[in-house]
Design a protein around this ligand. Structure first.
Ligand code: GTP
Ligand code: MG
Length: 232
């Protein structure tokens, strides 16, 4: 059984023989791999929850607000890089407490109004706790980025213990997602130093994406209301 409080690096006995140090490194490596598995399982749990919601709605012939779902597990290198960059203590307990985006799930919806519905469907589940919520749709980022971010914690049932694991859930529309993927690519291509003219074009593109979202939302409502009238 691992001890999450033990520092990851400081516990290596630098006064011992090389063989002892390699043994200790092997143990640390094993503990870290096992720790990362918590997050892989948490992604599996959250993804299953969204898939159940989709199938349940489909089965009930109800409208399905989820267009598609992606997930990603942060690489061990990125986790350790973030701990160093943010100067968090280098222990498993500190990583669990501070690095809340090791497990990431992105839910893409068709319409703006779907986002709140998807949020409520997941946040309302008994085993889910919402730890943090950032609404970048109401409060768009200055570059134009829009998305609803939730940090939730979910229990993961391991063979010998139950652990609560944080998962970052990003919920956004297709248009918001389209914009964010391109912005991300451009940001990486220029290593964060994006030329000002490109930045302003990106902000204009975000505005266009937002106008498309609003237009689609109003058409969707129109069709929905007509549908209700037709069926009466
Ligand atoms: P990190 O420490 O970088 O994870 O950010 P944070 O803890 O301040 O959280 P924030 O809510 O700002 O961002 C979390 C995640 O949202 C990022 O890792 C990206 O996936 C996404 N994100 C946030 N801002 C932007 C943005 O301007 N452009 C794009 N493409 N993605 C963004
Ligand atoms: Mg992040």
């Amino acid at each position: 059984m691992r001890s999450p409080q033990r520092p990851l690096i400081d516990s290596i006995d630098t006064t011992g023989t090389a063989a002892v140090r390699i043994d200790e490194l092997r143990v640390l490596h094993g503990e870290f791999v096992d720790f990362m598995l918590d997050y892989k399982f948490a992604i599996d749990e959250i993804t299953t929850k969204f898939n159940i919601l989709r199938e349940d709605l489909h089965n009930a012939n109800e409208y399905n607000p989820i267009e598609h779902i992606n997930s990603r597990l942060k690489s061990p290198e990125s986790v350790l890089e973030k701990v160093q960059r943010k100067k968090y203590p280098m222990s498993l307990a500190s990583i669990r407490e501070n690095v809340l985006d090791i497990a990431g799930v992105r839910v893409v919806c068709s319409f703006i109004s779907d986002i709140a519905n998807v949020r409520d469907m997941i946040a309302g589940q008994e085993d889910i706790t919402v730890v943090d919520e950032r609404d970048y749709i109401t409060n768009r980022k200055p570059n134009g980025y829009q998305s609803l971010h939730l940090i939730v914690s979910i229990p993961v049932f391991r063979v010998d213990r139950t652990v609560r694991v944080p998962v970052e859930i990003q919920i956004r529309t297709i248009a918001m997602d389209f914009w964010a993927s391109l912005e991300h690519k451009i940001y990486y291509k220029y290593r964060g130093e994006v030329p000002p003219n490109l930045l302003s074009e990106l902000t204009q593109a975000a505005e266009a994406a937002n106008q498309l979202d609003e237009k689609m939302e109003s058409l969707h409502r129109l069709v929905d209301h007509n549908g209700e009238r037709d069926s009466t």
